[in-house]
Design a protein around this ligand. Structure first.
Ligand code: DC
Length: 221
């Protein structure tokens, strides 16, 4: 079984994907990691983020193990790393270069320790529309920018990252703008996606509803 969860930053995709992965024993691919890896690698090499050709080169060379190594660095999930990821993800050639690696995971899903899984759950922005258009179940999770900024702000605070709520909100809105308006694979729900708004629904309610949909799909297949 292949499940996709798309939606904007800090909507609750990761929490939901993690819970579903655990319950249904699915391998989990957080596809934001491929863009974070390329963005961080640009910073490490000292390339300007506007340098699309270098970003494409680094995207073409990226391997799964290299992505895992980069993910251990502090800037991988910092505001700086997030901005770099957002900028490189807007380049069509970068998206194209990273597509096969994401799609291959569905053909051969594995858990973190390398053991094979019977299916996969993806989270990202275009996993139901571009990466896995034939997924069995597709969700789109959203929430207002203010609710999402509050969540990100608390996450940064817990990690000791010095940033104000207003800066986080500004960044969330800038990322939404880039995600929604990029030329290649702009973020939007797939036509057959089920949409949840986590500004009004608690994550436990969303999980319960999502599980019902997955169970029905499994029974009917
Ligand atoms: O989900 P995240 O914050 O880790 O994603 C990092 C960046 O990558 C974000 O700005 C959007 C982009 N992204 C994307 O364009 N497509 C995806 N499938 C996943 C993430």
């Amino acid at each position: 079984m292949i499940i996709t969860i798309d939606g904007p930053a800090a909507a609750g995709k990761g929490t939901l994907a993690g819970a579903i992965a655990k319950k249904y024993k699915l391998a989990y691919f957080d596809t934001g990691m491929v863009y974070r890896a390329v963005g961080l690698n640009m910073l490490i090499h000292g390339y300007p983020l506007e340098d699309e050709n270098s970003a494409e080169k680094l995207a073409c060379e990226l391997t799964f193990p290299q992505m895992i190594e980069l993910s251990k660095m502090p800037d991988f999930r910092s505001p700086k790393g997030g901005k770099a990821a957002s900028m490189v993800s807007a380049y069509p050639k970068v998206r194209q270069a990273l597509l096969k690696m994401q799609q291959d995971f569905a053909l051969n899903p594995v858990f973190e320790d390398g053991t094979p899984a019977s299916g996969a759950i993806y989270d990202g922005r275009d996993t139901g529309t571009v990466v896995c258009p034939h997924a069995d179940v597709k969700f789109f999770i959203t929430a207002t920018p203010e609710v999402r900024a509050e969540r990100r702000f608390k996450e940064f605070q817990a990690k000791g990252i010095d940033i104000s709520y207003d800066e986080v909100l500004k960044d969330v809105k800038a990322r939404d703008e880039r995600d929604a308006n990029r030329a290649s694979a702009p973020m939007k729900p797939a036509d057959d996606a089920i949409i949840f708004d986590t500004s009004t629904l608690g994550i436990d309610d969303v999980l319960q509803k999502a599980c019902k949909i997955i169970d029905t799909k499994q029974k009917n297949s």
